[in-house]
Ligand binder design. Structure first.
Ligand code: SF4
Length: 146
């Protein structure tokens, strides 16, 4: 039976598919926009959903004039506490709920136990963020309120 990485692309292949540079993809990862699957030997692999998300980031930068910080702040607006969902008690002490300007997975080490231990790539919060349409909805709401 094929494992879940069978159809995933290496970083060079992903960059070629997207028409971008390997370093750009690495930079998105460093900046906390993308969570990359890594094999036991540290090789980065990208699924179709990852490619869709990487392409969305590039389009937000090129077509919507957002920068990395702007995208990071949009991602921080995703209400992880509702999606999970977290109790009122959990919210009270959670930096992601109280004031974050970074996506929850980027401040994972500061979060309560459940998140600290979690596989964020498999979490509905990250998977929801990776949906480009969700982010555009957030952006519209954000620009109306701004
Ligand atoms: S498990 Fe990860 S992605 Fe999910 S809410 Fe916690 S920090 Fe965020």
């Amino acid at each position: 039976m094929p494992d879940k990485t069978t159809n995933m692309l290496k970083i060079g292949e992903a960059a070629k598919r997207l028409g971008t540079a390997v370093e750009t993809i690495r930079m998105y990862e460093r900046e906390g926009l993308v969570l990359t699957h890594k094999t036991a030997t540290g090789q980065r692999l990208y699924s179709e959903a990852d490619l869709h998300w990487l392409d969305c980031i590039r389009r937000l930068i090129k077509e919507q004039s957002l920068n990395i910080e702007g995208i990071r702040r949009l991602l921080a607006l995703i209400p992880c506490w509702d999606i999970k969902p977290c109790t009122a008690e959990e919210r009270r002490g959670c930096p992601a709920y109280l004031s974050s300007i970074k996506p929850c997975w980027h401040i994972k080490s500061e979060l309560p136990g459940g998140c600290r231990e979690a596989d964020c790539r498999a979490c509905p919060v990250y998977q929801s963020a990776r949906e480009c349409t969700n982010l555009k909805t957030l952006r519209l709401r954000y620009s109306k309120e701004g």
